[in-house]
Write a protein that binds this ligand. Structure first.
Ligand code: SFD
Ligand code: AMP
Length: 627
């Protein structure tokens, strides 16, 4: 431990993460910081150019309201989001993002992101709210703008890459900074700040993935988003919301290629192995989940559920009829020459959709001789992820915008958690789903503007307690100490009765979540007895976390990633247990409470109390701002 250098950084605004939300925050913060002579610091565990969910690129921008060019309204967007989440959403937060998102998209275009255009010069829509892009360099383009904005602040703007944030620094109910370490050098970083924005993405690999063994690490959402946001906000004592809502996306099987372009742009159908369109043949089932079951589009979890019913009856594989979809579009063109040209264009677009954002799906197609225009491809439900920017909702409970939020949702600056000075955006903030890349960037901007106001109103840099910092440093490095102390006990560095390596720890967590909390193996089904047993095992895991061992900096990061996942897992089980109903079949199903309860239309919130170290569970009212 003594070898580690400690570096203390003092800043006004600290932005944690370097993804879409963090880049939005940096870009906006720079503008307001300049006017107020404030310092802004951004910290990412990776290299900002290719970090987070957009690392590989994306093929669409999935949140574009089109207020000017499409006549869509904010109200319609809020209704769309709320229906998709079975009636549970913070209208004020969603509306706030919706009214600003278009301007972010226009900035992306100005910075060089190619957006598809129709013959009339309008954006090409994938669906009503989604537009198509050539997005393999999306993240690099956005990162460049964020970094340039910070550079323009001169000495007042800085970013740190390859620094893994482990823990919040708190003083009572105030977040006063963060601690982390370099994944390349023996350095501990103490960041002291007046305001902090948590934007470290969602959580992947909490549940056992479908891809194990030779496929381990392949997932739809990026495996390097490992629950840091949830851990950070929970440990800071912030109230969390919707921790029961996991997102189970349907994806092309094994390489996790997204389905949106197929369903929306190519108007493809999915069928069971017998060729039956289960959205038609099982339409009756949707009535059970009214009113949301009958809303259009059908909520994502219910689309999943109808598919899962097929699988449970053994009527899979489930197929995306790519061949039929391509032929249908081409057949609309009468002139044979033009039809042939169109067919070629569609083939190209089909491949590009994956080469832009999920390259391994294109590789899998190539290596298994798939020609999407000639044969269908298998799709399947993935393992659950925690992500509030797509069709999930878990994250921190935030104060809403001053001009829209009802009093019950307002206690401070917009986007501030219930911990003073701590803000959240993107996958870190809850109950404002369907923000995707563009909405997350926009939410980062909104958070930064509010956080800078907080810095202006609270000009003193909070003190930090030196004894507490020493304790945090000790805990941070402990896995290295544990390894060094015991490494000679056995002749295999990975197998030792005195410690557990992070990979084994992760496997154990994933097995518990899979079997007790409704993972892939149990068809996403769970119950109170199962969850109580699962919680008991998680308690042992918390004890065993003290024995995590790291042989180098990379493994130290792996240890902390899994501690973060563990806390995300615990808050998830506790909230599913608290909410005695099934509201999101297709995401999870409670066999002991298989129906939706009307009187349970509420947010299920939770808080870990840093003083008592106990969890508190609470219901919060859903206040509808639109019908
Ligand atoms: O088709 C730490 N997403 C899509 N959004 C779209 O708009 N269009 C699409 O086409 C999308 N699709 C899609 C998407 C994602 C993925 C993986 C695929 C396909 C394959 C969703 C968006 O990408 C997503 O909504 C946003 O990126 C969310 O933004 P944000 O900022 O909440 O998360 P991030 O971008 O992943 O960034 C997280 C950052 O945190 C860092 N980090 N830093 C320090 N310390 C720690 N301990 C940290 N832990 C994490 C990360 O490095 C990263 O910088 S489609 O499927 O719908
Ligand atoms: P995905 O590729 O599944 O991440 O979806 C991209 C976008 O398309 C998101 O906005 C989804 O909500 C939407 N989407 C995907 N499939 C469907 C569908 N079958 N019906 C309606 N919207 C969909």
């Amino acid at each position: 431990m003594n070898k580690f250098e400690t570096i203390e950084i003092k800043t006004d605004l600290l932005i944690l993460g370097g993804g879409m939300a963090a880049c939005g925050a940096a870009f906006e913060a720079a503008h307001w910081a300049k006017q107020n002579n404030l310092k802004v610091t951004m910290v990412d565990k990776a290299a900002i150019d290719r970090s987070g969910a957009v690392a590989m690129g994306l093929s669409a921008i999935n949140m574009y309201v089109g207020l000017k060019d499409n006549d869509n309204t904010i109200k319609e967007y809020v209704e769309y989001v709320k229906n998709d989440l079975m009636g549970i959403a913070r209208d004020d937060l969603v509306a706030n993002i919706a009214r600003h998102v278009d301007s972010s998209v226009h900035l992306f275009e100005k910075w060089g992101l190619p957006i598809w255009k129709d013959e009339d010069g309008k954006y090409t829509h994938e669906g009503r709210w989604q537009i198509m892009i050539n997005g393999e360099s999306y993240k690099a383009i956005v990162a460049e703008a964020a970094k340039n904005a910070l550079k323009e602040l001169g000495e007042n703007g800085s970013y740190y890459e390859r620094i893994f944030i482990t823990e919040p620094i708190i003083d009572g109910n105030r977040c006063t900074g963060a601690i982390g370490f370099s994944v390349r050098e023996e350095k501990i970083y103490i960041f002291r700040a007046k305001a902090v924005i948590a934007a470290m993405g969602g959580a992947v690999h909490v549940f056992k993935p479908r891809s194990v063994g030779e496929g381990l690490g392949r997932s739809w959402y990026p495996p390097f988003n490992s629950g840091a946001s949830a851990y950070f906000t929970i440990k800071a004592g912030a109230e969390m919301t919707c921790q029961e809502v996991r997102f189970v996306p349907v994806r092309f099987k094994d390489a996790y290629g997204p389905v949106g372009a197929w369903f929306l742009l190519f108007k493809s159908k999915a069928t069971n192995a017998l060729g039956e369109d289960y959205m038609q043949t099982r339409a009756e089932e949707l009535k059970k989940w009214a009113p949301y079951g009958l809303s259009k589009p059908t909520p994502a979890n219910l689309r999943n559920y109808l598919m899962m019913l097929e699988v449970m009856e053994g009527k899979h594989p489930i197929y995306m009829k790519t061949d039929e979809a391509i032929k249908n579009i081409a057949s609309e063109i009468e002139d044979p020459k033009q039809a042939k040209r169109k067919l070629k264009k569609l083939e190209n677009e089909a491949w590009e959709d994956f080469l832009d954002m999920t390259i391994s799906q294109a590789l899998l197609w190539a290596s298994t001789n798939v020609f999407p225009e000639e044969q269908p491809s298998e799709i399947a439900a993935c393992e659950p992820y925690f992500i509030s920017s797509h069709s999930g909702a878990s994250g921190a409970w935030l104060s809403g915008p001053e001009d829209m939020a009802p009093d019950e949702y307002k206690w401070g600056y917009p986007q501030m958690t219930t911990a003073k000075g701590l803000f959240a955006a993107g996958d870190a903030s809850g109950a404002s789903s369907h923000k995707f890349s563009s909405g997350s960037f926009t939410e980062g901007r909104i958070s930064a503007k509010a956080a800078i106001s907080f810095c202006v109103d609270n000009p003193e840099l909070p003190e930090i307690n030196a004894t507490k910092i020493e304790e945090l440093k000790f805990q941070l490095l402990k896995p290295l100490e544990v390894f060094n102390e015991h490494k000679n006990y056995s002749n295999d560095k990975d197998i030792n009765p005195n410690f557990v390596k992070p990979k084994m720890f992760m496997f154990r967590l994933q097995k518990i979540m899979d079997e007790y909390a409704g993972g892939v193996s149990t068809h996403f089904k769970t119950s109170a007895p199962l969850m109580k047993k699962g919680l008991e095992f998680l308690k042992y895991m918390k004890e065993d976390a003290e024995k995590l061992a790291a042989e180098d900096l990379h493994e130290l990061m792996r240890c902390w990633e899994n501690i973060h996942r563990l806390w995300q897992a615990e808050s998830h089980i506790r909230t599913m247990l608290f909410r005695e109903e099934t509201r999101w079949p297709g995401y999870y199903f409670r066999s002991d409470f298989p129906a939706m309860k009307e009187d349970w239309k509420c947010f299920a919130n939770c808080r870990w109390n840093p003083e008592t170290k106990e969890w508190e569970m609470m219901k919060k009212e859903v206040i509808d701002l639109v019908d």
